[in-house]
Design a protein around this ligand. Structure first.
Ligand code: NCD
Length: 359
């Protein structure tokens, strides 16, 4: 169960130098998109969206069409054989023989890696449950570059659902790799950043502080990253009701923000940014969504014409008798997957979803 195709499952599938090259290529495409309009002529991209999406799905589709390629796929699995009980492996095995590149969004954590293991083409993770969302991060990197001119020496405030917000997890993992970036984590204790991401910050010697309110942090930031409370990931409605509406960015709060600070948001917004903020020139979220299309054009081109992958997808130890304890892990339902773990002393880390299991 492995293949030689290049995939984007997590940011670390590429080096920092390669992220920079992708951002540079996206800037070139943005400046002259017509020069790229035949680069993927005759190629097919499949978009398999098991979860709702507007920007990610359509920007991928627009990106492929602007490169001269074609698209197939579904945005509602209940219209596909998934509704008849088909497993992920069979769907991916087949669709990947129809296409050159497969973009998938799925509700289970680790599902993108599972798909890549079975695929006969390149796989791009367009969001795997509350885990990761690397192409949003590429969008965010391009936006920071366009708006602030740099990816280092930044003080970044991350606000809202840091627990289930997959965009936050991928963004932190990326920005931690650039020199002298600092983070202010603004959330309630119930929605704090998962410990595996905090450990990533610590191992990369990245400074971070925690705050309960936007007001106490906003004055020191270069970028404020607002996020939606991820209703669909909560175990109960009561818990969601307790957390919703805690954070709301208003014009009044923006008065205390530095004049060069920008506000980003992966969107969709619910009510965490008042619409009155949209007219502030520092509100970069609509420009950010637009950038998503160019960075995805750059990614499709780069992956499509890349040389074969060397690193195996699973690098840990296989222990099929050990089960991941995360109920949202893809291994809970896709029973054929090898149970692969990275071992740190007594701790086993699931190679699909990053859950830590104490043995
Ligand atoms: C995000 C996602 O799906 O994780 N949206 C996106 O891709 N632009 C954020 C969200 O849904 O809140």
């Amino acid at each position: 169960m492995d293949n030689k195709f290049n995939h984007l499952i997590d940011m670390d599938d590429y080096s920092v130098a390669q992220w920079n090259e992708l951002v540079e290529l996206a800037e070139k495409i943005k400046a002259a998109p017509e020069e790229y309009s035949e680069k993927c002529k005759g190629k097919i991209m499949a978009t398999l969206f098991y979860e709702p999406s507007t920007r990610t799905q359509m920007s991928f589709q627009a990106a492929m069409i602007r490169l001269g390629g074609n698209i197939i796929g579904f945005d509602n699995p209940s219209n596909s054989s998934v509704a008849k009980g088909e497993n992920l492996k069979d769907t991916i095995k087949i669709v990947s023989t129809y296409s050159d590149i497969l973009v998938m969004r799925h509700n289970q954590e680790g599902s993108a890696k599972a798909a890549a293991l079975c695929a006969n083409c390149h796989v791009i993770n367009a969001g795997d449950g509350g885990h990761l969302h690397p192409t949003q991060t590429l969008t965010d990197l391009l936006t920071l570059k366009c708006e602030l001119g740099r990816l280092d020496n930044l003080t970044v405030g991350l606000c809202g659902d840091l627990k289930y917000g997959r965009t936050v997890h991928s963004l932190v993992k990326a920005l931690a790799c650039y020199p002298n970036n600092k983070f202010v984590l603004i959330s309630t204790p119930a929605l704090a950043l998962p410990s595996y991401i905090k450990d990533f910050l610590i191992s990369h010697k990245c400074k971070f502080t925690e705050a309960r309110t936007i007001d106490e942090a906003i004055g020191s930031l270069d970028m404020l990253y607002m996020t939606r409370i991820q209703r669909e990931r909560f175990d109960s409605d009561e818990e969601y009701e307790r957390q919703k509406n805690v954070y709301c960015l208003t014009k009044a709060k923006m008065q205390y923000a530095p004049k060069n600070m920008i506000v980003m948001h992966p969107l969709p917004r619910v009510n965490e940014i008042e619409t009155e903020v949209d007219d502030d020139p520092r509100a970069a979220y609509f420009r950010q969504a637009h950038n998503g299309m160019y960075v995805r054009m750059a990614l499709i081109l780069t992956i499509m014409y890349s040389s074969p992958r060397i690193k195996p997808l699973l690098t840990g130890e296989i222990h099929n008798s050990v089960c991941c304890t995360n109920p949202k892990c893809v291994t809970q339902t896709e029973k054929y997957l090898p149970h692969s773990f990275i071992k740190y002393g007594d701790i086993y880390i699931c190679e699909y979803c990053d859950e830590r299991i104490l043995r």
